[in-house]
Design a protein around this ligand. Structure first.
Ligand SMILES: Nc1nc2c(ncn2[C@@H]2O[C@H](COP(=O)(O)OP(=O)(O)OP(=O)(O)O)[C@@H](O)[C@H]2O)c(=O)[nH]1
Ligand SMILES: [Mg+2]
Length: 323
């Protein structure tokens, strides 16, 4: 960053007008910017919540459990300053199986491909070894990065400055800011910083496009979200969802889905006593799918076992987790 608070890549950044819009190449008129921004960080720091907040709609699933996001999700944010293609990524963690390796690889390869990145961290004083490793990966990737201390609503304002300072020393960040993706704090500051890092250029997608994800994939994620919310411990992490069929009829969508779990004992837990848990999962997913599709939904879910699929590359790919 320069002394005047402008980004390091000074040739790209011509500053902002008073209203926060980036100035054009002539220093006066404005040219749109367009580029790819990776959202990275450890599991559970709030990457998907932030992306949904910026998009103004729920496109990525979120949960209290770590490792909710399993593959990269691309969302397109368009406004008068230009277009940001956000790439939400799985949390970076030490993998325990092949699915975990795929997830961490997806996050790191996204970082290398992006024009800029947002590294989200928790508002804590003690910086762990994993954070230091991630800072090293960011420096190695050479991608201009905004460090966002998220969940700032959970701490008192006076504890934030030393936290920001400590994190700021880990690498040469474009900017270090405090945000809350859940309580809408710091969004404009973040967007301003990100637009200033993107190259000038025409948008990649038309204005109406908000995501590249198919409706089928979004619905399968909504079902998995309910699995994460209704079940505890290891069981939800071993569940994959396959949409067998999704038929659009006059006034409704008819959706048949299968939940694949890793063990026979997990199947019993997912179904629950008298089918109660599965019913809860189905009702929650149906309500969310109706919001997404803006149509009544009839959802049927089956549960099957696919033994230890998280360590089987073929199965992992078959469930749509592929590069
Ligand atoms: N208080 C507070 N909670 C937040 C904030 N952002 C996210 N959360 C919560 O943190 C949890 C994790 O959020 P996610 O958006 O799923 O986190 P993530 O980084 O995408 O997690 P993975 O997909 O597992 O890597 C959820 O319970 C969110 O509601 C925030 O700004 N403030
Ligand atoms: Mg996520």
């Amino acid at each position: 960053m320069n002394e005047d608070g402008m980004p390091g890549k000074a040739d790209m950044n011509l500053g902002y007008a008073e209203d926060g819009l980036p100035l054009g190449a002539d220093g006066g008129g404005r040219q749109p910017r367009a580029g790819f921004v990776a959202l990275i960080g450890r599991p559970n720091v709030g990457k998907s919540t932030l992306m949904n907040h910026i998009m103004g709609m729920k496109l990525a699933i979120t949960s209290r459990k770590p490792q909710t996001t399993r593959k990269r999700i691309r969302c397109v944010y368009t406004e008068e300053r230009g277009q940001i293609v956000f790439l939400d990524t799985p949390g970076i963690h030490r993998p325990k199986n092949k699915l975990g390796e795929f997830m961490t690889d997806a996050a790191l390869s996204t970082l290398k491909e992006a024009d800029a990145a947002v590294w989200l961290v928790e508002p804590v004083n003690s910086i762990g070894e994993r954070e230091k490793e991630i800072a090293g990966l960011i420096e190695k990737a050479g991608v201009p990065t905004v460090l966002a201390v998220n969940k700032c609503d959970t701490v008192k304002n006076n504890v934030l400055p030393p936290i920001l300072e400590k994190y700021g020393q880990l690498a040469d960040f474009h900017k270090v800011i405090a945000i809350s993706g859940k309580h809408s704090i710091g969004k404009e500051e973040l967007l301003c910083a990100l637009f200033s890092l993107l190259p000038y250029g025409e948008p990649f997608y038309d204005e109406e496009t908000v995501t590249e994800e198919t409706e089928r994939s979004l619905v399968s994620e909504l079902i998995r979200e309910q699995v994460l919310r209704c079940l505890s411990e290891e069981v939800p992490h071993g569940v994959a969802v396959d949409i067998e069929s999704m038929k659009e009829e006059k006034k409704l969508y008819r959706i048949d889905a299968t939940l694949y779990c890793e063990k026979e004992s997990h199947k019993g837990i997912i179904i629950g006593k008298g089918g109660e848990t599965l019913k809860k999962i189905g009702t929650g997913a149906r309500i969310e799918a109706e919001k997404l599709l803006d149509r009544k939904v009839l959802l049927k879910i089956w549960v099957k076992v696919r033994k230890d699929w998280r360590d089987d590359e073929k199965q992992i790919r078959a469930f749509g987790y592929r590069k």
